[in-house]
Design a binder for this molecule. Structure first.
Ligand code: ATP
Ligand code: MG
Length: 333
């Protein structure tokens, strides 16, 4: 039986962080065993907010290295770069005719980016969800493992696909956002002001490349307060986040101890953060070291990129033929 197709992507905009890892990459590594997985470094998407391309090449190579370091295997999944697959741009063009200005302007990520980059509100930024839809639909993917911040984009992808199918015939299955845990994940930044991110909140984001001392320093500065004064209080967001991180990297006993301390109003956040920092260092250290080793092997990464390109283009071309035929934009048979 043919395996279900999976697509996900990541922008080469900076260093990979814990949100990328737990929100998406961890699932990719698991999914490559069970699905037909396409994992894409989406360099065109980074141009919407990062027009300076001086560091693009090194960012793409480092990101590829990090993807291999967390366990993606080019034997088991198709690992490629978006701009190597021009078929995506053609599908983006067709889908743009099915996307409306009003809905694009209302997208939460668009509004966020307008706030962050008020002097560069370009059309690419507005149509970001359309390009993302093309990334997904070009392989006719069914599952899209992403973090919570991408949920709305996947919903928009379904809308564009439905409109296409309605107008031109059933070409696209309707994809769903996916996470093994059920609910999509959002890792907040350590200062409690937003999500961890490659291109914002850098001192409040834990990057997989951070050295042990920096990890400790950032965690010790994580936002906390003087502790609850009533038994079994509801946790504020930023405290919930520290517990959330602990659940990801510490033992169950450790989490249970601090949960009990919180409920009994005897929690010492300094001790909790010290413990979290040590567990985080233990978790992140080996990934960082693997990434460093692979990153220096440029030739190997080039081979991975070329191999991914070939497989991704074959799949993309097959879809595009169906699309052109359905639309009647093929004139010579
Ligand atoms: P940028 O700030 O440049 O947009 P980013 O950190 O948002 O970078 P993306 O490349 O946009 O990273 O997203 C890659 C994947 O990581 C997506 O699936 C996204 O949902 C997920 N992701 C990003 N940040 C978080 C987060 N804080 N928590 C959970 N998942 C996240
Ligand atoms: Mg992002």
């Amino acid at each position: 039986m043919k395996k279900e197709t999976v697509l996900s992507g990541i922008r080469p905009t900076g260093f990979v962080h814990l949100g990328n890892y737990f929100g998406a990459m961890r699932d990719w590594v698991r999914m490559q065993e069970e699905y037909d997985c396409y994992i894409c470094v989406v360099d065109w998407h980074s141009l919407t907010t990062h027009p300076d391309t001086k560091e693009l090449q090194s960012n793409v190579y480092r990101l590829m290295g990090e993807l291999l370091a967390v366990g993606l295997d080019p034997e088991k999944c198709v690992l490629y770069v978006q701009s190597d697959v021009p078929e995506i741009a053609e599908l983006y063009l067709y889908l743009n005719m099915m996307a409306y200005k009003g809905e694009l302007e209302k997208t939460a990520t668009f509004k966020d980016k307008v706030r962050q980059h008020p002097n560069n509100v370009n059309a690419g930024l507005l149509t970001y969800p359309v390009l993302q839809a093309a990334d997904i639909l070009i392989h006719r993917a069914l599952k899209v493992p992403v973090g919570k911040d991408q949920e709305q984009h996947i919903e928009m992808t379904r809308n564009f696909a439905e409109r296409f199918n309605h107008r031109y015939g059933e070409i696209f299955p309707l994809p769903q956002a996916f996470s093994y845990g059920g609910g999509l994940i959002k890792i907040m930044s350590l200062d409690g002001t937003g999500k961890m991110s490659k291109s914002a909140n850098q001192m409040a984001t834990l990057y997989l490349a951070d050295d042990d001392e920096l990890i400790r320093k950032k965690i010790m500065k994580a936002k906390t307060d003087s502790g609850p004064t009533e038994l079994h209080s509801v946790k504020p967001d930023y405290i919930e986040n520290v517990f959330g991180l602990m659940k990801l990297v510490s033992s169950e006993d450790t989490v249970a101890k601090f949960e009990a301390d919180f409920n009994n109003c005897v929690i010492r956040y300094g001790d909790m953060k010290k413990q979290l920092a040590e567990d985080m260092v233990r978790f992140m250290g080996p990934i960082r070291e693997r990434a460093k080793a692979i990153e220096n092997n440029k030739e190997e990464i080039t081979r991975v990129i070329l191999r991914g390109k070939e497989k991704a283009r074959a799949s993309a071309d097959a879809t595009l033929q169906l699309v052109r035929k359905a639309m009647g934009v093929n004139y010579t048979g």
